[in-house]
Design a protein around this ligand. Structure first.
Ligand code: ZN
Length: 400
């Protein structure tokens, strides 16, 4: 096997470790530090680094699947971004590392974002075949092969670029959502739980721990089943794109209150929680999609600035979710609502949205919401909303 000893990355991490060892300026140094690697590259610090046994340094990589680290030996496993940390003497220094692919496949007309530490410069050999933007987005212009040069400081790497007529970009699958943590709560459960719990950490109002939900007016399918089958499609799609996905439940046979669901996702510190629900009403003509975010944050008293950021994130995510879900399905767009009536939303310390995907009490939407293809489309819309929320490209284009 070919092994590279990357002096540039090595020197960079060496500086970091030295920083850590000397303490004092570790954080300042870490902020500016970053490294470029490419699939298959390895860096080995040897058993002793500047007088410190590497086994005494606590190493970690946020994304082991991108760049694995074991006692001072780094290995670039697959394209993506991660943060490498080195801890010593009570100090921790970190540095962003981007692992570039050896080869990049870009379908004609599509744009693919390269993993980046934010300071790269790019050069494309044949500008007729592909173009690259200053922030590392590569677009396929004509079928063929060319080479892409990437430099960051003294580090230089070459990526073989193939622009193809069809197919999908190799970087999209498995990397688009790398580093992102998403929570999914398929609403309700097999048996409702009428015991009461507080609607919010502030105030004394109570509500049932888990309500029974609605059911298909024609199909008779209970809401908890429809929610779970869409949740599983969403989970699998996000997982394929490299996100870490956490579910509150994966079967009907559970008993988890809304507060417990909120706590689980908050403890996991996910980037966004999507609560999947279907609506119901006595009026059979009611239809369409709605998204609910919080109006106020129950934790505002503790940390007003953080609460404000949370509400802003939720608002942005709510609009993206509704827009993308409507665009993906052709469903009716109702509205984004801001309310403090939902227990799980109120107790969540991370951005959390209640997504009403349609009305099971509407005959047409009952059929759609329980249709495999339509469920896939909802999942695709939600995935795209997550992509945009995370500042990445959409994973899917909506066909006809
Ligand atoms: Zn519901």
């Amino acid at each position: 096997m070919k092994r590279f000893r990357l002096r540039a990355v090595g020197a960079l991490l060496a500086a970091l470790v030295l920083c850590t060892a000397l303490a004092g300026t570790a954080e300042a140094g870490a902020k500016r530090a970053s490294g470029l690697m490419q699939e298959g590259d390895t860096v080995d610090f040897g058993p002793v680094f500047r007088g410190i046994p590497v086994s005494n340094i606590l190493w970690s990589s946020q994304e082991q699947s991108v760049c694995a680290i074991d006692e001072g030996r780094l290995e670039a496993v697959s394209p993506g971004q991660t943060v490498i940390s080195a801890g010593y003497g009570g100090r921790v220094a970190s540095c962003g590392v981007a692992v570039l692919p050896l080869e990049l496949t870009v379908p004609l007309g599509q744009i693919v974002s390269l993993p980046s530490v934010g300071r790269e410069r790019y050069y494309i050999e044949d500008g007729h075949i592909a173009a690259v933007s200053r922030d590392g987005r590569v677009i396929g212009l004509a079928e063929g092969d060319t080479r892409l040069g990437v430099s960051c400081g003294k580090q230089r790497r070459i990526v073989q670029v193939h622009v193809t007529e069809g197919g999908s970009a190799n970087l999209l699958q498995g990397n688009l959502l790398k580093g992102l943590r998403i929570g999914i709560d398929p609403g309700h459960q097999g048996t409702a739980n009428s015991e009461r719990e507080r609607v919010s950490p502030v105030g004394s109002d109570t509500k049932a721990k888990v309500s029974s939900g609605t059911q298909g007016v024609d199909s008779g399918i209970p809401e908890h089943e429809t929610n779970l089958s869409i949740a599983i499609k969403l989970r699998d799609a996000l997982d394929t794109l490299g996100a870490q996905v956490y579910m509150t439940r994966e079967s009907a046979d559970v008993n988890i209150s809304n507060i417990e669901r909120a706590r689980k996702m908050s403890e996991l510190n996910v980037d966004l929680v999507l609560r999947l629900h279907c609506n119901g009403n006595n009026n059979p003509s009611d239809s369409g999609m709605d998204v609910y975010a919080r109006k106020t944050c129950a934790y505002a008293g503790k940390d007003p600035a953080r609460a404000q950021r949370l509400l802003e994130s939720e608002k942005r995510a709510a609009e993206l979710v509704l827009d993308e879900m409507v665009a993906a399905t052709g469903g009716k767009r109702n509205a984004v609502h801001f309310t403090d009536k939902y227990t799980m939303n109120n107790w969540s310390t991370v951005p959390c949205l209640l997504v009403e995907m349609g009305y099971l009490t509407n005959s047409g939407e009952d059929a759609l919401l329980n249709d495999d293809t339509y469920q896939e489309r909802i999942a695709q819309g939600l995935v795209n909303a997550v992509c945009l929320y995370a500042g990445r490209d959409r994973a899917y284009s909506y066909g006809n």
